[in-house]
Design a binder for this molecule. Structure first.
Ligand code: GDG
Length: 465
């Protein structure tokens, strides 16, 4: 293809959502989530193409150019969404790759749909990529795409990045047709992970399942060398810093503080409502601290933003019910008119509001049971130009490897979670500032542009920015 794009991103979702306003006009809004926060600025500045689903079933939107990005929608029927996305991706692969925090469901019709939709993505990418182009495929919904794309277009450089954890060998072995998924990934020239351990798990599996002989960070497969390495993702520091410096955001933070009751210390959680994020355990720990009298609702308040996510998947609906029941119980038991201990927002908030919340809080709670990286932890640290505020961080996040000055905790152990929350609340301001300064220095030297550049460098792609 002489006139295709020399850089193509392939991801389940396009970086925008298509909606129709009250006048029947089509609107495109930036979609929430880690992947988009990370990648959109890079594709825009390199004038590339993005292949993905619009987010609406049975949507036949054709290619469009938005903000310097060529968007190539991949259509999904309602049945595809049900089987490929909510089924195989989010009810099989997602829980398995997060160490079985929930029980994965294995179904043949989901697997077949997954394979068929992956093929559709591979064809769309093959269609828009120029001769010799570089294609960067993302995440667990598209594990088969690298091999499919290589078969269609052997001229391409293909990179794959997994945003979520890659499970230990014994867990991966549970997957039906596991060798096929592994071969799917081996279609790439470079397979990137959040953590070195994930890359090791992957290389070990090539030995165990395919009898290959990995050496160092690579393995030879079908006469090609496939490299597997860690590329810990980061955030757009300039964006967060600009928002945190804005007078409007600072005023909003001040308003939040006074609305919550000027003297009360504020705990904050910001997560998609997902069982991997440990929201339930966090709320439970806070409830126990209140009932034991270790904190009182006159003095401490928990604000939990739980962004709606995957709400058609049964496990997510059940989680929502459990969390809301527990929040209701705690507020009923420990609240007073005007001083509710838990402020629970099952809503999508703007970036400005999120940063205002980061600025207003005393203690940020990032306590997933398992998380590939966790961008919220990094955004919080980047927002705190005042070097105040404490971070309670789960050891089971990728971010913990870089942010070890946080108050680290094992969220599977409610006692330890309570200990970490109390330690963060009790720590002297000078201690919190020292920790925060060290974490800020570390984050600032590695932002999302650098992450992408490192990955693309390793893939052999020049980045012009
Ligand atoms: C996956 C991996 C990995 C959240 N609520 C709202 C909102 N957000 C934004 C946050 C942050 C992003 O969404 C969430 O990123 P996380 O990293 O915390 O989590 P996942 O969505 O699970 O992301 C994860 C990531 O990919 C990147 O590789 O770190 O491990 O699971 O940027 O600020 N944004 C807006 N409103 C909300 O209500 N605007």
């Amino acid at each position: 293809m002489a006139d295709g794009y020399s850089f193509v991103v392939v991801a389940n979702r396009l970086p925008v959502d298509r909606t129709t306003d009250e006048h029947g006009e089509t609107q495109w809004t930036r979609s929430p989530g880690g992947l988009v926060s990370a990648l959109e600025p890079i594709v825009r500045s390199s004038g590339g193409a993005w292949v993905g689903w619009t987010g609406a079933p049975d949507d036949d939107t054709g290619p469009v150019q938005i903000d310097g990005i060529h968007l190539r929608p991949v259509p999904l029927s309602a049945e595809d969404v049900d089987r490929y996305y909510e089924g195989q991706s989010n009810s099989t692969v997602w829980p398995l790759f997060h160490d079985l925090v929930e029980q994965p469901v294995y179904r043949r019709d989901w697997r077949q749909a997954y394979e068929e939709v992956n093929r559709r993505f591979a064809h769309a990418a093959a269609d828009v990529a120029a001769e010799g182009a570089s294609v960067w495929v993302h995440d667990y919904q598209l594990l088969l795409v690298p091999a499919m794309l290589r078969r269609l277009r052997p001229d391409l450089r293909i990179g794959f990045f997994l945003h979520i954890p890659f499970p230990p060998v014994e867990l991966f072995m549970q997957l039906p047709r596991r060798a096929e998924l592994l071969r799917g990934l081996l279609g790439a020239d470079l397979v990137g992970f959040q953590r070195p351990l994930a890359a090791q798990n992957f290389l070990q599996l090539t030995d165990r399942l395919l009898g290959l002989r990995p050496s160092g960070d690579s393995v030879v497969y079908e006469d090609r060398t496939v490299v597997a390495r860690a590329f810990p993702i980061s955030i757009d520091i300039t964006e967060i810093d600009r928002l945190a410096a804005s007078p409007e955001v600072q005023e909003a933070a001040g308003r939040l503080r006074s609305e919550l009751g000027g003297d009360r210390r504020m705990l904050l959680g910001v997560d998609r409502l997902d069982y991997t994020k440990g929201i339930e355990q966090r709320v439970e720990a806070f409830g126990e601290l209140l009932s034991e009298g270790a904190v009182s609702s006159d003095e401490v308040v928990l604000v939990q933003v739980a962004t709606p996510s995957r709400m058609r998947v049964a496990q997510y609906q059940q989680l929502r019910e459990r969390v809301e029941r527990e929040v209701g119980r705690i507020n009923g038991e420990f609240g007073e008119v005007g001083t509710m201990p838990v402020h629970y927002l099952f809503q999508n908030r703007s970036r400005e509001e999120l940063v205002a919340l980061y600025l207003a809080t005393d203690v940020m709670l990032v306590t997933p049971l398992r998380d590939g990286m966790n961008l919220v932890a990094k955004e919080f640290v980047a927002a705190r130009r005042d070097a105040l505020g404490a971070l309670v961080l789960s050891e089971f996040t990728g971010a913990a490897a870089e942010l070890d000055e946080a108050f680290l905790t094992n969220p599977h152990d409610v006692e330890d979670l309570k200990r970490a929350i109390l330690a963060a609340l009790a720590s002297p301001p000078a201690d919190r500032t020292t920790r925060m300064r060290t974490m800020r220095a570390r984050i600032q030297s590695h932002d999302v542009d650098q992450w992408a550049r490192e990955f693309l460098d390793a893939l052999g792609v020049p980045v012009h920015q």
